[in-house]
Design a binder for this molecule. Structure first.
Ligand code: KIV
Length: 279
């Protein structure tokens, strides 16, 4: 069955009717096709690409070219999912002009429906400029991996009064700037609930409890391909590493044992042609 294209008004409608929204990361064509087939509503090509696809230690090294390469592949695999492209580190912080140019590339070259950027009130003017250009923005506060050096590690944010109040003020500033969506990463559930209940933005949590309007996880974490211990906020639904490893081991042993390929995998040639061949 073909689904209708998911739009920003659909996401607001889901928030209003308290229908939870499923968001998953994808970085390539087959994973995008799987998201469609599974009924995922929003696909994020996250800069977590650096960690889970490129084997980098953080998201800091991911470039616009990396992002666009993967976003284009994901776009080809999607028909109805809403597609968010993550603006990588230093692709929007330098100037408003740079943020507009790179957001435009995400939409025009990558075929995104929305761009995501990390940061709170300090990013509000940038968000406003992008929104004023007609590009929907998903903000991202709490644990913002592009600032991992400044945060001093991958730590839960907003646990004390000052930290929590700052995140509330950030959310207010981002809403006023025109962001339609906001990701909360690793913040206390009670804080995510308060913001979700008081903001018009569609809130998407990762490590932010059950009361957000939707949830996002990294694809490689849910299928057991992330090459890391499953983080506390994620859930592994299948161990694809073990499944794929077994398939590969079977292939290796069949090649070595001569049981692959079989007749069914071969291409035949007429005997008389074979008889005329000279080498
Ligand atoms: O890059 C990413 O995958 C993200 C999600 C964790 C929200 O930003």
């Amino acid at each position: 069955m073909t689904r209708k294209q998911v739009t920003i008004p659909d996401l607001y409608q889901k928030k209003a009717s308290q229908e939870k929204i499923s968001v998953l990361t994808a970085y390539d064509y087959p994973t995008a096709a799987l998201c469609e087939a599974a009924g995922v509503e929003v696909v994020l090509v996250g800069d977590s690409l650096g960690n889970v696809m490129l084997g980098q230690g953080s998201t800091v090294g991911v470039t616009m070219d990396d992002m666009l390469h993967h976003i284009k592949a994901v776009r080809r695999g999607l028909s109805s999912c809403f597609l968010i492209g993550d603006l990588p580190f230093m692709s929007y912080q330098v100037s408003r002009e740079q943020a507009l140019i790179n957001s435009g590339r995400m939409m025009q070259e990558g075929g995104c429906d929305c761009v995501k950027l990390e940061g709170g009130a300090e990013m509000a003017e940038t968000v406003k400029a992008i929104v004023d250009a007609g590009i929907p923005v998903c903000a991202h506060i709490g644990l913002t991996p592009q600032s991992v050096s400044k945060l001093g590690g991958y730590k839960v944010q907003g646990k004390d009064l000052a930290g929590a109040q700052k995140l509330i003020d950030d959310a207010k500033a981002l809403q006023a700037a025109g962001a339609d969506m906001i990701v909360f990463e690793c913040i206390p559930s009670a804080l995510a609930k308060i913001i979700t209940e008081n903001t018009s933005m569609v809130t998407i949590g990762i490590g932010a409890g059950p009361d957000c309007d939707g949830q996002v996880l990294v694809y490689h974490d849910i299928v057991g391909l992330s090459m890391r211990k499953t983080p506390k906020m994620a859930k592994q639904y299948v161990d694809l590493f073990a499944v794929i490893q077994e398939a590969m081991q079977n292939y290796v042993s069949e090649v070595k044992g001569g049981t692959f390929p079989q007749k069914a995998h071969e291409f035949a040639m007429a005997e008389d042609v074979v008889g005329q061949l000279k080498f």
